[in-house]
Design a protein. Structure first.
Length: 122
């Protein structure tokens, strides 16, 4: 079984889903193009807080949870109840200690009613 990648246009719904296809784009662009409960696996590596500002614009650690929760709701809508969600992210060291925004995000995603992601692997 082989997969192929397809870019998406977030302004256009996909005319049909192609089995074994990787839809590659920013994590907030793909879900609006997809029907609910249709994805088996979501792998996302969102920008780390305060990193790669020239590429992503940067998100402060103190605003990260508020920034990512709407994205997680988009992802939840398309993820099958039996699907898995992988969030690839690592917290930075601030003043000699790990910042807590990653664990705060995981807890917020698990605690917000209707926003829990099944098969969550943080």
């Amino acid at each position: 079984m082989s997969a192929h990648a397809q870019q998406v246009d977030p302004q256009q719904p996909l005319p049909h889903l192609v089995v074994d296809t990787i839809y590659h784009d920013r994590c907030e662009n793909v879900p609006p193009c997809l029907p609910a409960d249709c994805v088996d696996l979501i792998v996302t590596s969102p920008p780390y807080a305060d990193k790669r500002r020239s590429t992503y614009g940067g998100v402060s650690p103190d605003q990260y949870v508020e920034w990512f929760l709407p994205i997680s709701a988009l992802l939840k809508r398309v993820l099958k109840p039996t699907g898995s969600f992988i969030l690839n992210i690592k917290e930075p060291i601030v003043n000699g200690e790990r910042h807590t925004y990653v664990i705060e995000l995981i807890l917020a995603m698990r605690q917000k009613p209707g926003n829990e992601l099944p098969g969550f692997l943080g």
